[in-house]
Each structure stands twice: as structure tokens, then as C-alpha cells.
Ligand binder design. Sequence first.
Ligand SMILES: [Zn+2]
Ligand SMILES: [Zn+2]
Length: 140
Amino acid sequence: MKIDGACHCGLVSFTAEIDPSRVMICHCTDCQVLSGSPMRAVVAAPIDRFAVRGQPKSYVKVAQSGNRRAQVFCPECGTPLYATAPENPTSVVIRLGCVRQRAQLKPAVQIWQHSAVPWLAGLQGIPATAEQQGFLPPSP
Ligand SMILES: [Zn+2]
Ligand SMILES: [Zn+2]
């Protein structure tokens, strides 16, 4: 499936070809912090099926295992875009939040469930409004 996306300010955009059955959610604490969200949804693409426009920046995350992953983001608006190997990448792991077709890409699996925020399973029981009316926290 062909997908495309961009950061919030539009400085960086991309196109990719992905397998829509391989979308996943990661609940690890690094993904929580780096995404600014309680979880991160992603989909991988082979590097030869991925093209980026613009000049993103990257932050290299070093895992306890010593594994290094470049976390790529827009230098202007900070939108997380994808992760990849810092040297000789063979694939990219795209952040679903910046994919235009994200509503169609339902995750097939969740990993690092042991660090998932405990209230996530009850999300459908939390009162919701169609837009912002009725509840006025500072705008996200
Ligand atoms: Zn941007
Ligand atoms: Zn993670």
C-alpha cells in the first residue's frame, strides 16, 4: 500500500510503500516519552520504498543493549517522523501519527504491553465529545 505523510508545519514530507497488515503499537517507555503520547503506533517500510523531502534532524537513542536508533523529526515543528539505523539503514519505522492514511491502518499487534499505561484498556469508558465543546482544557 502506498502511503504519504508530513510533519505538522510541512517542512518535511515522505512517501512509502508498506504492508498494511504490519502496523503495530509500542508501549515501551522510550516510545511514550519520545512520542509525547501514552503509546506509539508505527509501520515499517523498506528503505528502497521510502523517500523523504526536506531536511529532518535526528536524535540517536542508545538502548541498554547498546543498539542505536536514529529518531528522525522535523527541526522546525518537532513532529516525530520515523526511526532508522544511524548507519546503513535497510528500513524505516514510520510514526503513524504523521501518515495521511492513518485512519485506515489498524494495528495488528501491541508490544511492550507490561509498560502500557493502565487506563488504556478503559479508554472507551471515558466520556468523549465530537470536538472540543463541553470540555475546555488548554488546547492540545
Ligand atoms: Zn515540521
Ligand atoms: Zn517502543
